[in-house]
Design a protein around this ligand. Structure first.
Ligand SMILES: Cc1cc2nc3c(=O)[nH]c(=O)nc-3n(C[C@H](O)[C@H](O)[C@H](O)COP(=O)(O)O)c2cc1C
Length: 366
């Protein structure tokens, strides 16, 4: 039987050899937004994982939009130069195509790194003022953000555009916007975090207005040949929050705006929400978005085994799957999946002799 996971897919003019994607993963290891040697090693490792697309972590469009002091940014020439070095290295040593996730943390900015507690920074920790649709804190351990003015919205929209231009100049193969996990664009979409009394709240279409404005502005500067997507939320998991139907409405609007793909995640809109996690728990959201909005869709969340990933795409629940933690645990996940599913992956020539067809029983000629 031919593996669907190891069959190609085309997004705009980008042809991916398989449907495995390395999910964006913050490394909290940047210096004033600039990538460091950690990124060099981390991303080069994942560029040889067998996933044909590696998405670089949430990369923030303005300094104050970083989650932590260690988050990646693309708001300065220095940030761009540092990322150029990492990308050039990944292209030299790796086999995967490279995407980037552009983000603004909104009211979840000014937080400590996860291994330093992950809560809102105290003033002594060089905390900064955060911005959001409304002046409502993410949780008890975070400072209340400042409600954005229209000038703030203009500046943030332009910052997304500027970072998108930098991403295109860097030669990324795909760009995606972070519209999930309670960060700025999601916080405009969700009634939980958006309590505005102006034209950016009052109904689901009104809450969509600013994120869509950003999406359209970014689409205008990302060439149509380059796939542009977004990570959206399938559910806020809280009464009065966003629902799977809201995700479909958002997906339809983004498709209409010329977006090429969506990744459907969930949660993160307030510190209080608890999610019942289980294998593939977000797949039903991706399936609904794919079916009802008719846009290429990526599923993510507790997808860990090759058989599970294969079933999701083979049963038509999603077009691609993204893995985060399983890739950190096994950075050759794609190679091992290829062995399990009789697929094939590109390997750098130095490692060609690890190809399953050469063993067992192959003579060692070291
Ligand atoms: C270390 C780490 C960092 C993450 N950073 C991001 C990020 O930058 N952007 C994002 O959208 N999701 C981020 N996530 C969420 C993952 O991309 C993914 O959606 C989530 O971990 C569920 O997938 P998994 O079960 O395969 O880990 C991160 C997850 C981890 C474990």
């Amino acid at each position: 039987m031919t593996s669907v996971l190891f069959s190609p897919i085309k997004l705009a003019d980008l042809k991916l050899d398989n449907r495995i994607v390395v999910s964006p993963m913050c490394q909290y290891s940047a210096e004033d937004g600039s990538a460091t040697d950690w990124h060099l090693g981390h991303l080069a490792m994942l560029a040889n994982s067998g996933a044909d697309l590696v998405v670089v972590e949430a990369t923030h469009v303005e300094r104050r939009g970083r989650i932590t002091h260690g988050c990646l940014g693309l708001y300065s020439d220095g940030n761009e130069a540092a990322l150029a070095r990492v990308i050039a290295h990944c292209r030299r040593v790796g086999t995967a195509k490279l995407g980037i996730q552009l983000a603004h943390a909104g009211r979840k900015a000014s937080s400590a790194r996860p291994w330093e507690g992950g809560l809102g920074l105290k003033q002594d920790d060089d905390a900064w003022e955060t911005i959001a649709p409304s002046a409502i804190a993410f949780g008890n351990a975070w400072a209340a953000p400042r409600a954005m003015t229209r000038d703030d919205m203009d500046r943030v929209r332009d910052a997304f555009v500027s970072s998108a231009k930098r991403a295109v100049r860097l030669g990324f193969d795909a760009v995606e916007l972070h519209m999930a996990h309670g960060y700025l664009l999601h916080s405009f979409l969700s009634p939980i975090s958006n309590h505005r009394s102006d034209e950016y709240n009052g109904s689901a279409p009104a809450r969509l207005r600013f994120p869509l404005e950003v999406a359209q502005a970014v689409r205008a500067v990302v060439p149509r040949s380059l796939p542009l997507g977004a990570r959206i939320t399938g559910s806020d998991w809280i009464d009065g929050g966003m629902t799977p139907d809201d995700a479909v409405a958002l997906a339809k609007a983004l498709k209409q705006a010329g977006f090429d793909f969506l990744c459907v995640s969930s949660g993160g809109v307030t510190a209080e929400v608890k999610i019942a996690l289980g294998p593939g728990y977000q797949v039903p959201f991706a399936e609904k978005v794919k079916r009802e909005a008719g846009i290429p869709t990526r599923a993510v969340g507790l997808i860990a085994t090759p058989q599970q990933a294969e079933a999701i795409v083979a049963e038509g629940k999603a077009d691609m799957i993204a893995l985060a933690r399983a890739m950190l645990d096994d950075p050759r996940w794609g190679w091992h999946a290829a062995r399990a599913l009789a697929g094939d992956v590109k390997r750098p020539p130095q490692y060609a002799r690890a190809a399953p067809k050469l063993w067992p029983g192959a003579a060692y000629r070291g």
